[in-house]
Write a protein that binds this ligand. Structure first.
Ligand code: SF4
Length: 337
């Protein structure tokens, strides 16, 4: 089939003379004629902001929902997962750099209209779709159009949280669940390693939570870069105060990649120490990821301490839930089934 791409006019921008100012994400790029923004996806074309990445799919898969990671949203189910190309961050350690850091046209993609994508999801017998693998916020119009055309699907967004407040509020009207990366609780980390803005990420998490989108947070622990206990303590104190102690937090293991292949794997002891800090600060559901330990991916009732869900790799055994309540003490669990 011939390649069809509408090169759709983007939303959230305004003109500044012959330049275009993009208002989608905190970079607020000002684009001279015929130039792309930092995400290498949106371009000033003839005085309009055009989303050149619209519908350009690089990856399609059916994944366990735990892989996103989402542990408290329909645990044990599968989710149709789609990735595009590009990112508005440039993390030195990106584990998906082959798609996230490729400019449009440098990586093979296939155009899927929103209705094609919805049909593919349904053909798999699935009603949950995750925008994941690269940064979905720069696919804002594609997600919006999918939801307009297929409101029966549940939209899940796995994101770095780098989006401005107004588009985030709009997205939260249709998204059902999000996992947002908090990459560090130190702006200098965001500046030096990612080119991002911690305050914007915090605001996105707060907007998602206030909008009643199911929210989980991921903190990838990089030895010597963001594993300082006091930094992590400030992160979980914020999560507790501005979100909720009920928000699941995933401390995941770094493996050497991209421009940081000389940094070692995160020691398991470090992950466990940070997990303890989060629990001692009062977070109820704290997990370690990308590593196998005895109990640290399992869900326990915060009230009676009984085992509710056992996870072994991506195998999920629901042992102690009745709906969203602990089967033993009837305490309500922050979980959607
Ligand atoms: S979405 Fe892209 S073009 Fe728009 S401000 Fe962010 S990086 Fe710049």
């Amino acid at each position: 089939m011939a390649f069809i791409n509408p090169n759709l006019e983007a939303s959230y921008y305004h003109s500044e003379g012959e330049n275009i100012a993009c208002d989608l994400c905190p970079h607020r790029c000002v684009l001279p004629p015929e130039k792309f923004g930092i995400c290498k996806s949106r371009k000033n074309a003839d005085g309009k902001l055009v989303a050149y990445n619209y519908g350009r799919v690089s990856s399609l898969a059916v994944d366990p929902i735990e892989k996103k990671p989402l542990y408290h949203y329909h645990p044990g189910t599968s989710i149709f997962s789609v990735g595009g190309i590009g990112c508005n961050l440039h993390c030195s350690y990106c584990q998906n750099y082959s798609i996230s850091q490729s400019p449009i046209g440098k990586k093979r993609t296939t155009y899927k209209s929103p209705s094609d994508l919805a049909a593919l999801c349904r053909q798999q017998g699935l009603s949950q779709i995750a925008f994941t693998y690269n940064e979905p916020m720069i696919w804002f119009e594609y997600m919006r159009d999918l939801m307009e055309q297929a409101p029966d699907l549940d939209l899940v967004v796995v994101s770095n949280g780098m989006i401005n407040e107004d588009p985030m509020k709009e997205l939260c009207r249709s998204a059902k669940a999000m996992n947002i990366d908090v990459k560090s609780f130190d702006q200098s980390f965001y500046t030096k390693l990612c080119g991002g803005d911690l305050e914007a990420v915090k605001t996105s998490c707060e907007v998602a939570y206030a909008s009643k989108v199911h929210l989980e947070l991921t903190y990838l622990v990089i030895p010597g870069y963001n594993d300082d206990p006091e930094t992590v303590r400030r992160f979980v104190q914020w999560a507790q105060e501005y979100l909720s102690p009920e928000i699941p937090i995933h401390f995941t293991r770094f493996h050497p990649d991209y421009n940081m292949s000389d940094v070692r794997l995160t020691p398991v002891d470090t992950l466990l120490r940070l997990k303890s800090i989060a629990q001692n600060e009062g977070m109820h559901y704290v997990y370690v990821g990308n590593v196998m330990t005895d109990d640290d991916s399992n869900t326990f009732c915060p009230e009676c301490g009984k085992l509710l869900i056992r996870r072994t790799g991506y195998r999920v055994d629901i042992l102690g839930l009745e709906g969203d309540r602990c089967a033993f003490c009837k305490h309500r669990i922050n979980i959607i089934r």
